[in-house]
Design a protein around this ligand. Structure first.
Ligand SMILES: [Zn+2]
Length: 384
């Protein structure tokens, strides 16, 4: 099967035509070659498919529902908006629920071929109680040896990423053991000061989960001004971070600052989307459907019913692209990189994913000139 894309700006190339063969990027050309199906891109943008390594749900479903239908619904909702690879993300939960998710991931991803699953991202339960955000306090606890052993059994294949608070007991041991196996470790829902974050960095926690949200900045403790996680990230060249690009959680100036200080190879965009992403509702649930998990949807974002905290975004990656380009004013080539190649590198999948380089999977999203999703191809097959 041979396809070529023309009449669009190709990310990372000045060439007018992009050629795809047998599900892989073949290369660039000056004219549409003979024998190829020709795709007119309408003067828009030809981008590598988006890679979202932090999302919980969408289309009315959450990965924590742990059913094949839920996995299919979330994946399809996001794929239709340009996401071609994703890492299903868990919320703080009991040991039993977490272990059940490992089996559920294995079962529920079978037979879904219109998107690529990269492995689970565990967001908790190893969080700082005072930084729980919208997560339930009774489901937050430190790791122990048995837990780390169980995670290691699934590392690489099922678990690719863990977010937590490095200042919590035993997180240093967990960091040492998991980083050795290539699991991406990340500081999230943490109350660390910069020195603790930098110590965490030495134990493998080199990324910041939804920076600016539940990751404190400069503060005064006993009359002394301490730097926080955000400053540690800006200070340490080896640290990377992610931003929720829904246009609600993080102001445009924060996005511009992160881009200016760290650059497109060290900052990524995520959705952190919950169940209500991609549908029009006024009420939903964060995590599993239980009264205590109820959230309200208002002004384009999910909130706890008392409005004390945002409870995850309701966006898809196409909206993230528009936020970064149209609201924050970043160059589209940088934003595309921050939504595809950089996350692919962080999660260890850049050999096959993340750019339109020859030999990589032909995961392509065609956006209109005003950045609406038009067509989505996953491994060379049109899915939208
Ligand atoms: Zn999250």
């Amino acid at each position: 099967m041979k396809t070529c894309f023309y009449n669009g700006k190709i990310a990372g190339s000045e060439a007018p035509v992009l050629c795809v063969k047998d599900g892989k990027i073949e290369g660039f050309s000056n004219a549409a070659p003979e024998g190829y199906e020709k795709v007119d891109c309408g003067g828009g943008h030809i981008l590598p498919g988006f890679i979202d390594i932090h999302l919980h749900g969408g289309g009315g479903a959450d990965f924590m529902d742990a059913t094949p239908e839920a996995f299919r619904t979330v994946a399809e909702t996001h794929m239709r908006c340009g996401t071609t690879s994703l890492a299903p993300t868990t919320v703080a939960c009991t040991r039993e629920t977490l272990f059940n998710m490992f089996a559920a991931y294995r079962e529920c991803t079978k037979g879904i071929d219109f998107v690529d699953f990269l492995g689970l991202h565990l967001e908790g339960p190893f969080l700082a109680p005072e930084m729980k955000g919208a997560q339930g306090e009774d489901r937050i606890y430190p790791p122990d040896e048995a837990m780390v052993d169980r995670i290691i059994e699934e590392a690489g294949d099922i678990i690719v990423r863990v977010s937590g608070a490095p200042e919590v007991p035993y997180m240093d041991v967990m960091g040492d053991r998991l980083s050795e196996l290539g699991v991406m470790l990340s500081i999230g829902h943490s109350n660390a000061v910069a020195s603790e974050a930098i110590e965490g960095c030495r134990h493998g926690y080199r990324h910041v989960t939804h920076m600016y949200c539940s990751t404190p900045s400069v503060r005064k403790i006993n009359q002394i001004i301490y730097a926080g996680i955000i400053e540690a990230c800006y200070l340490m060249d080896e640290m990377t971070c992610e931003l929720i690009g829904d246009g609600c959680h993080v102001a445009a100036e924060c996005i511009r600052l992160a881009h200016k200080l760290k650059g497109p190879d060290k900052v990524i965009f995520i959705t952190d989307a919950m169940r209500a992403a991609g549908i029009d509702v006024t009420e939903s649930y964060l995590g599993d459907i239980r009264p205590e998990n109820r959230v309200i949807i208002e002004g384009g974002v999910a909130k706890l019913p008392d409005r004390s905290f945002y409870a995850g975004s309701i966006v898809t990656m196409d909206k993230v692209l528009r936020t970064a380009v149209q609201k924050a004013g970043l160059p589209i080539d940088d934003v595309s990189r921050m939504m595809s190649l950089t996350p692919a590198k962080l999660i260890g999948k850049d050999k096959h994913k993340g750019s339109l380089d020859p030999g990589k999977d032909a995961d392509i999203v065609v956006m209109t000139p005003d950045l609406q999703p038009e067509m989505v191809y996953v491994r060379g097959i049109r899915r939208r």
